[in-house]
Ligand binder design. Sequence first.
Ligand code: SF4
Ligand code: SF4
Length: 294
Amino acid sequence: MTPFAEFRKQAGYDLVGVPPMACFDGLPPNEHPLSIFPDAKSVIVVGSRIKRGQFRSMEEGSLWSTPARWMTGFEGLVRMIEREGYECVPYSPADAPKMPRRPVRPGLCAPNGVRLSIDYAAVAAGLGEIGYHGIFMSARFGIRQTLGLVLTDMEIEPGSSEEKSTGICDGCMACVQACPLQAISGTVSGSFTANGRTMTLAAINARACQACPNGAAGDSKYFAGAEELHFEIENNQVKGDKSVFARGGLPNRLAAACGRACIAHFEATHDTGYKIPFRVREPWGLRPDQPRGF
Ligand code: SF4
Ligand code: SF4
């Protein structure tokens, strides 16, 4: 088995985590990593810090540039693992054209039906937690990272590059207050459990987020939000929930008003090394039903 410390050094990402395979026990086949690579021995989650400047133009309301929440290129990592003689399967929430909608063999999942939760694996690996707003947070970068997942038949000792992975979201409710559409409930919440750790997540009006003009971005219709995998969703609502709040169908909200409020709060409470604060002007916020013009 490859020692985690040795693997981490070679992997060369800001965040590197290997969750114990047992943490996926009990997940339905379409959420289980072995449904993608049945001979895998390890799941690897990596993260890259997103530079603060990538949020600046959205914070100023000057340019619609949205940082990706999921990584797509793993060239160096795949090459490194393959040099050792192992296979490495990169996972991306895909929406490929002509993907069959039925299993290719009996007993398998349909290819378009396998959707791994990268957030779940990241929390299970000890890289961080899911904040109240439902976005992954690490102790070093807050929400400012893009995450990726690969599977390999290399057996790697489970471990995490992060010393701290709990108590990152302090429940300040800045994300709730910052949403111009009141999409994040300050009072209705649910729980998310990964590898024995449970977090409290707000109920979110996903339909509002889908229409949000404050920096939300659709990135994959098959992977609108990892968290939805751990709630039973029907008609874009938590099954049995009579309220309009749901956790399904969430777009990429890193640069949206909720995400940026969390960045501003994180910067105000942590030393991130920048000379000027992230938030230097009153935040802007629009509603889709607002008349145009001032
Ligand atoms: S803004 Fe505050 S409550 Fe919301 S996720 Fe960030 S730290 Fe948690
Ligand atoms: S994406 Fe937009 S609507 Fe949804 S919680 Fe964030 S700010 Fe509110």
